[in-house]
Design a protein around this ligand. Sequence first.
Ligand SMILES: Cc1cc2nc3c(=O)[nH]c(=O)nc-3n(C[C@H](O)[C@H](O)[C@H](O)COP(=O)(O)OP(=O)(O)OC[C@H]3O[C@@H](n4cnc5c(N)ncnc54)[C@H](O)[C@@H]3O)c2cc1C
Length: 424
Amino acid sequence: MSFTNLVRKSFSYYLRRTYPFKPVITIPRYFHNSAVRYAEVQPSLNTLTEEEESIREAVAQYAQKKLLLKVTEMDEKEKLDPEVLKDLFEQGFMGIETESEYGGSNSSFLAAILVVEELAKVDPSVSVVCDVQNTLVSTLFRKYGNDYLKEKYLPRLAKDTVGCFCLSESEAGSDAFALRTRAEKKGDYYVIKGSKMWITNSAEADIFLVFANLDPSKKHKGITCFVLEKEMGVKVAKKESKLGIRASSTCTLNFDEIKVPESNVLGEIGKGYKYAIEILNEGRIGIAAQMIGLAQGAFDSALPYLFERKAFGNYIGEFQGMQHQYAQIATEIEAARLLTYNAARMKQEGKDFVKEAAFAKLYSSQIAEKAASKSIEWMGGVGFTREFPVEKFYRDAKIGSIYEGTSNMQLTTIAKLISQKYKV
Ligand SMILES: Cc1cc2nc3c(=O)[nH]c(=O)nc-3n(C[C@H](O)[C@H](O)[C@H](O)COP(=O)(O)OP(=O)(O)OC[C@H]3O[C@@H](n4cnc5c(N)ncnc54)[C@H](O)[C@@H]3O)c2cc1C
């Protein structure tokens, strides 16, 4: 049945149920038609296209059938299984929005968001590997790269090569443009000197998008984005041992006077700060998706237990004290999902989405922590053990309020945009 017919049918069903007898007031025909027309042009936020639904389904199947078996081992070893990485490439999850001419899946931003969400339901570490590759690295090439850089790097990023986004440094996190990595022009190449910290995917990566300052006298307007390859001499130094998302690598990188050809400047000289801001605005929606996936994953892991475990002669899920809690969390997960999909759709429609992306990231990370914490409590003692996945979700959730802009920075952005409207 077509979508339109489905809406028509449910609308007349609604009328029959509401007015089982001949209605005193007849619903005018035009109202019926306008409701149908409205539904045609304005689907609900959760309505996916056929393509998006099939991508979501494919990721969910992969995550449940293959990824799930490796989650605990990867977490314990603090290492991404190379087979998982291979799967991500083979399934087409690493170049979701990349055009088919570059070997990508040629799909939408919302599709990328769905992939990140579905992976996070099973493993938020693998989800962020995929998120960074898609929403930060490939998007930077797609948006700002010239044909030469796109042809050189996008096919590799979609097929078999991991990339990373290198902005933060030990003294430059929230204050990212205080970065100290320097670039110097020498003939037809640049020399990059400095180091980066906290770089996701850096242990597996061969391609590094490095933000360096070419002219510190211009402050942030000297920041430029360079494409480095591992073989140019990038040194992967300390790998962090972390509370959560332990299968995702986070390392320090050193650039010891690396020669980079002129052709590897991404976009325009001095525009790196602008690219970083713009890409992180989008990327934030990816982190929101990771967090709603995580929240749903924790919730789905805990709920069955509530209808297996008995106390005082009843299933614990039947106690009102429990019912109200899981109803509340389900509501909050749905609210976070709607914020996230709304921000993604606004981005896709070319609207200004900065505030909505900040709403989505801030709230989803709060809900992820809350849902994972409650899921542990609902399972009692067993929830606290490593026998069940909820304790890992709880550890993994914490990062949502830190990377790609801390929660304080999201609040600052939201407050700034709101106050602009009300200031006289
Ligand atoms: C696991 C992990 C992966 C990461 N991956 C990447 C990556 O791939 N690429 C990359 O470039 N970076 C990455 N980062 C870095 C991350 O983006 C930064 O850690 C983050 O931006 C916070 O910076 P910071 O750690 O220096 O904290 P700080 O900026 O020092 O912040 C510390 C505290 O001070 C607060 N604060 C700071 N300034 C203000 C202010 N003006 N108002 C109110 N509060 C403020 C913060 O909210 C926070 O609570 C990663 C970090 C982690 C932990």
